[in-house]
Design a protein around this ligand. Structure first.
Ligand code: ZN
Length: 423
């Protein structure tokens, strides 16, 4: 099949005017000028007309569990209050409600042109029941703040559930590791033992890890000063807070990586630090102290970072240090986070919000944060995120005008997709 469009935005350089993509089975087999492709391929032509054809978008951080919480939680005075509010809402939901919520979320992300998602779920045992309509990396979200003695057991149960879940047919041939991972929720809700156990499983099974880190000012206050609303809330529910009052959240996290690396017998060197970070997809990193940047520079670690611009606005976090993190060589991606702190699951809306926050960043670079960059975070840089021969045929189209800047038009697109192909 040949798909022709006014512009093909390959994410491999300059967009191709009057371009086309050859597709066979679930793969892209050819890309170039329409006339040239047509001359070497006599198969059926689908002409999308005045559209830009681009790779399907990749959401690097989402919780479809909470699709049903849209507009349920207005902004709160403190982050701790928001956790209280979401806990109240979660207490009303049954497993059936969650499964319905996840399915509803899949419909919405697909409507907005997302063809791959990194999705955190608190219900790994139900993943088997869900037929995801797009490529999905499931991450089991793990919290042991009330039951730290169960850390290993929780990790092992989740590993069993996700490790034995059948992948969707579109995912039948994923290279670069299994399409699932573990998500110790955050330093304030997951114990050090839980983090270490996740590290251990990740090494053994070659899976990815993700966590929420340095998200709020209150998290910084809790770990650095042993005070503030989040600190008080967690102390009240019985968390051992003896690890607070010293380091920043990032300092703690790097300490955990260092400890587990040592206890697992790895030689510690710069190269090791760099590869250790590679399996971690870090959501947020909004609150960083100057000494955190010094630590990052010294550690030589390379992390994948997910910024969620609209959830960031909802919580009124400190300005995201995009330029400094990019300068350190980190792979910055965009994600929607959940509808408990966002209005929709549209990555186009995230790109526009990012552009508003960072107007000097080019639309091409912004689009990389929802295509090439998250593909790299998921270790799919040779299969997803670009229109390239051999890559998966995950494609979407948005309106394109003559003489317009294709990247600018894609980022400005405000609507739902009416043409999509997943594999
Ligand atoms: Zn999140």
């Amino acid at each position: 099949m040949i798909i022709r469009a006014r512009t093909v935005v390959t994410m491999d350089g300059t967009p191709i005017e009057n371009g086309a993509v050859g597709v066979s089975g679930d793969r892209i087999v050819d890309v170039g000028k329409f006339d040239e492709i047509k001359a070497r391929d006599a198969s059926e032509i689908v002409d999308l007309g005045e559209q830009a054809l681009l790779p399907g978008l990749i959401n690097a951080h989402c919780h479809l569990d909470y699709t049903c919480l849209r507009a349920k939680i207005p902004p709160q005075n403190t982050f701790a209050d928001w956790i209280r509010a979401i806990n109240t809402e979660k207490a009303k939901l049954s497993a059936k409600d969650y499964v319905a919520s996840i399915n509803e979320g899949f419909v919405e992300v697909k409507r907005f042109g997302t063809t791959t998602i990194a999705n955190l779920t608190g219900l790994p045992e139900f993943v088997q029941q869900i037929r995801a309509p797009i490529r999905t990396w499931w991450f089991a979200e793990l919290i042991d703040v009330r039951t730290p003695e169960r850390a290993s057991e929780l990790v092992d149960l989740a590993t069993e559930s996700l490790g034995s879940a059948r992948p969707e047919p579109v995912l039948s041939e994923v290279k670069g590791g299994a399409p699932w991972g573990l998500a110790p929720h955050a330093l304030f809700t997951a114990s050090k033992d839980l983090f270490r156990r996740c590290e251990e499983v990740a090494r053994r099974k070659n899976i990815l890890l993700t966590t929420h880190l340095a998200e709020s000012r209150e998290e910084m206050e809790m770990f650095r000063e042993a005070s503030g609303p989040l600190y008080e809330f967690l102390r009240e529910i019985g968390r051992d807070v003896s690890d607070c009052g010293d380091q920043t959240p990032l300092g703690h996290f790097l300490g955990i990586l260092r400890d587990s690396s040592t206890s697992l017998g790895s030689a510690r060197n710069d190269k090791k630090a760099s590869t250790d970070g590679h399996k971690w997809i870090i959501a947020h990193l909004n609150e960083l102290a100057d000494r955190d940047f010094e630590l990052l520079e010294k550690s030589n670690i390379k992390l994948h970072i997910v910024h969620s611009p609209r959830s960031h606005d909802y919580f009124r976090h400190s300005r995201f240090s995009f330029e400094r993190l990019r300068g350190l060589g980190f792979n910055v991606c965009l994600g929607t986070d959940s509808l408990a702190s966002n209005e929709s699951l549209s990555l186009f809306a995230e790109m526009r919000a990012f552009q508003k926050e960072f107007p000097s960043v080019s639309p091409e670079e912004i689009l990389q944060m929802t295509t090439k960059n998250p593909a790299r975070a998921l270790r799919q840089e040779n299969a997803l995120g670009r229109i390239h021969p051999g890559f998966r045929a995950d494609l979407i189209a948005v309106p394109s005008s003559q003489g317009g800047d294709p990247f600018g038009e894609v980022v400005a697109f405000d609507g739902e997709i009416d043409w999509i192909m997943v594999g």
